[in-house]
Design a protein around this ligand. Structure first.
Ligand code: C5P
Length: 303
C-alpha cells in the first residue's frame, strides 16, 4: 500500500560554538562547530502528485520570501533523492515554516533534511541513515545535522558529525531581526576582517564539552562562541545593541546564531526564558522573539 501522506517535523539549530578556520581550495571554510537542535520546527508534508513532477507550496513565517521553484533547497532535495532511488520525482510538498528565513538557524537545511526523509518514506525508498546523510551533505553544510539532531560536533565544512551527549535541557530565547543575512556575504565579511592575518586551525572548546556533559547552563553561557558574530555585526551594527540588551537582562550568554541575524540567548530555565523574552520584546530592537528548548531529535516522521 502506498502511504497517502507523510508528515515530518524538522528542527532549527543553534551553533553553540562556531570556529571558522582557513579557506579551503573549494572556497568553503574549514570549521569546528558544535550544533544543538532546538524545538522550533518546520513541518514538511509529502503527498503523491497525480499531475506528476514536484509541486512545492509553503506557508507560515516569511514563506512568501522563499523561492518556490527548482532553487528551493527542499525541491533540490526531492530531485536528488529521486535520482538516487531511480524513481520519478513525483511529489506534492507543502512546508509550514516556523523557523526564520535566512536567520542563521538552518531553516532551509531543516526543510531539505525533512524532505529527504518524507520523500524516502512516500516513495518507499528504504534508504539507510548513512545514505540519506550522504545526500544531505551534497545539498548543504548544515543539512546532515538537520537529520541528526541532538548535539553534535561538525567538522570539515560542518557536514562531518560526531554526536555529543548532554544532560537535561537548555532554555533559549531567539530574537528575530527584520530581514535576513546572506551566509556567503557573512563569510566574505569574515575573510575581509581577517585579511593579512594567519588563521589558526579551529578546535573544540573543552569548557563547552564540560558544560554540556554536566548540563551546566551557567558554564555553557560563558562558553558560547561564534567567529561569524563580528562579521554579522559589521554588516548589521544594530545586532550589537541587541546582544548588550540580552546581557543586561541577565541572559547567561548570548550570541549571533550561525551567520545571523537571529540572536540566541541562553536562560537559566523556562521561567527565566519567559522573562527574558518579554524584556527583549520591549526593547524594540528585534522583530519578534521565540522561546525554544534543546537538544531535541533531528527530522522525524510524525504522521
Ligand atoms: O553549504 P551551504 O550551502 O550551506 O553554504 C552556504 C555558503 O556559506 C557557501 O556557499 C559558502 O559561501 C559559505 N560557507 C563557507 N564555509 C563553510 C560553510 C559555508 O564558506 N564551512
Amino acid at each position: 500500500m502506498v502511504a497517502d501522506s507523510v508528515t515530518v517535523r524538522a528542527p532549527a539549530k543553534v551553533n553553540l560554538q562556531l570556529s571558522v578556520g582557513p579557506v579551503r581550495a573549494d572556497g568553503f571554510h574549514e570549521l569546528v562547530t558544535v550544533f544543538q537542535a532546538v524545538n522550533l520546527c518546520d513541518e514538511i508534508v509529502a503527498r503523491p502528485n497525480p499531475d506528476g513532477g514536484i509541486r512545492l507550496t509553503m506557508s507560515g513565517e516569511g514563506a512568501e520570501d522563499l523561492p518556490g521553484g527548482a532553487d528551493n533547497l527542499a525541491h533540490r532535495a526531492a530531485v536528488l533523492l529521486a535520482e538516487a532511488l531511480d524513481v520519478p520525482p513525483d511529489v506534492d510538498l507543502h512546508i509550514r515554516k516556523a523557523i526564520p528565513i535566512a536567520g542563521g538557524m538552518a531553516g532551509g537545511s531543516a526543510d531539505a533534511a525533512g524532505t529527504l526523509l518524507a520523500c524516502d518514506a512516500l516513495w518507499k525508498g528504504g534508504s539507510s541513515k548513512e545514505e540519506l546523510a550522504e545526500l544531505a551533505a551534497a545539498l548543504g553544510s548544515d543539512v546532515p545535522f538537520g537529520l541528526h539532531g541532538g548535539n553534535a560536533i561538525g567538522t570539515g565544512r560542518g557536514e562531518r558529525l560526531t554526536p555529543v551527549l548532554s544532560r537535561g535541557q537548555f532554555s533559549w530565547v531567539f530574537a528575530l531581526a527584520d530581514g535576513g543575512l546572506s551566509t556567503p556575504a557573512v563569510y566574505r565579511e569574515c575573510d575581509r576582517l581577517r585579511e593579512g592575518r594567519s588563521v589558526p586551525e579551529p578546535y573544540v572548546s573543552d569548557i563547552l564539552m564540560q558544560a554540556l556533559a554536566a548540563g551546566d547552563a551557567e558554564l555553557l553561557g560563558k562558553a558560547l562562541h561564534n567567529d561569524l558574530q563580528r562579521p554579522a555585526v559589521s554588516l548589521r551594527p544594530t545586532l550589537e545593541q541587541l546582544l548588550v540588551a540580552g546581557e543586561d537582562f541577565g541572559a547567561l550568554g548570548g550570541l549571533v546564531s550561525g551567520s545571523g541575524p537571529t540572536c540566541a540567548f541562553l536562560a537559566r530555565d523556562e521561567e527565566h526564558a519567559l522573562d527574558l523574552a518579554v524584556a527583549l520584546t520591549g526593547t524594540g530592537l528585534c522583530r519578534s522573539v521565540r522561546r525554544a528548548e534543546g537538544p531535541v531529535a533531528g527530522a522525524r516522521i510524525v504522521g
